[in-house]
Design a binder for this molecule. Structure first.
Ligand code: MN
Ligand code: MN
Length: 306
């Protein structure tokens, strides 16, 4: 089990570093997510969730729809979040990169650039503070407190309604939540727990809400449908993605995108699948995120996605 986590962790770390090198002005987001997802398969792992590439005020849950023409531009805060699994044992990691480009200094004034660099730095400092707090018996509220303190030193805010999470075999979100604020939770970590820690940092209000667009879904339960197309879409989802989040883009290999969207809406309404809309910072302020998956040990933790 530990070996599977470690293998998944190495794969995620390697692909993350390769993907970072591709991030630059004018890159299609679709090319980046397809690179990551195809490398996960090539490495002999499974895709634990669609590769997320969320820009600027979008905090999370953006992945390209089919034929996505959106591009990365110079100076964008690119949050790359990827996950792979070996036999259902998942490694989940994210990093924020400021997209390089020749026109960086023309595009942004010095203060804005400074703030954006510091957002990235703060997300790293917050993750480090959290990781150095993790050990057997520590309360998750204590981790949140340390994250909050680390971010406060930069004069920024954690996003309070986004949390890290426990991982179980075939389950990206087990019961445990790892807050980025001191939520006074009495939940304690224990040796052997596997958790993803992912502080999000912003100079806005520190809260996210739904943005326009839903690109990621998860299978919930089988339901009867009269419409043949909807039935077929649900069958496809049930067969291929019974456990993990999936991208609407993956289904467009078999289904016409427009009709697919109407089926996905129906399936969501019937709670056969659960929709995860893209998430945006409430004040439209920019957001940085950093994430590692760790295994809790007696007196610390082991980072598997380093
Ligand atoms: Mn993640
Ligand atoms: Mn995560």
């Amino acid at each position: 089990m530990i070996e599977s986590y470690e293998k998944a962790g190495k794969i995620v770390a390697n692909i993350r570093e390769e993907a970072i090198k591709l991030i630059k002005d004018d890159l299609l987001i679709l090319d980046l997510v397809e690179f990551v997802e195809s490398e996960i398969i090539k490495a002999g792992a499974g895709i634990a969730f669609p590769c997320n590439v969320s820009l600027n005020e979008i905090a999370a849950h953006y992945t390209s729809p089919a034929n996505d023409e959106n591009k990365i531009a110079t100076g964008d805060l690119v949050k790359l979040d990827l996950g792979a699994h070996i036999d259902g044992y998942i490694a989940d990691s994210a990093i924020t990169i400021m997209a390089p480009g020749d026109d960086l200094e023309d595009k942004f004034d010095e203060d804005t650039l400074d703030t954006n660099y510091k957002l990235i730095e703060a997300s790293g400092a917050a993750l480090e503070a959290a990781i150095s707090t993790v050990r057997d018996g520590v309360g998750v509220g204590q981790i949140g407190k340390e994250v909050e303190i680390a971010i406060d030193k930069f004069g920024f805010k954690p996003i309070a309604n986004l949390t890290g999470h426990g991982l179980d075999q075939w389950n990206l979100h087990s019961g445990i939540s790892i807050p980025s604020v001191n939520d006074k939770s009495s939940t304690k970590l224990k040796e052997g727990d596997v958790i993803a820690i992912e502080p999000f940092v912003t100079d806005g209000v520190g809260w996210v809400g739904d943005a326009k667009g839903t690109y990621i879904y998860k299978f919930m339960q089988d339901k009867p449908f009269r419409m043949v197309q909807t039935k077929k879409v649900l069958d496809e989802i049930k067969t291929n993605y019974p456990n993990f989040h999936f991208s609407a883009r993956w289904l467009t290999e078999k289904f016409n995108p427009n009709r697919l969207n109407s089926s996905l809406r129906q399936l969501s309404q019937a709670m056969a699948i659960y929709p995860y809309p893209a998430l945006k910072e409430k004040a439209n302020s920019w957001v940085a995120q950093k994430e590692h998956t760790v295994i809790v040990e007696d007196d610390g933790c082991k980072i598997i996605t380093k």
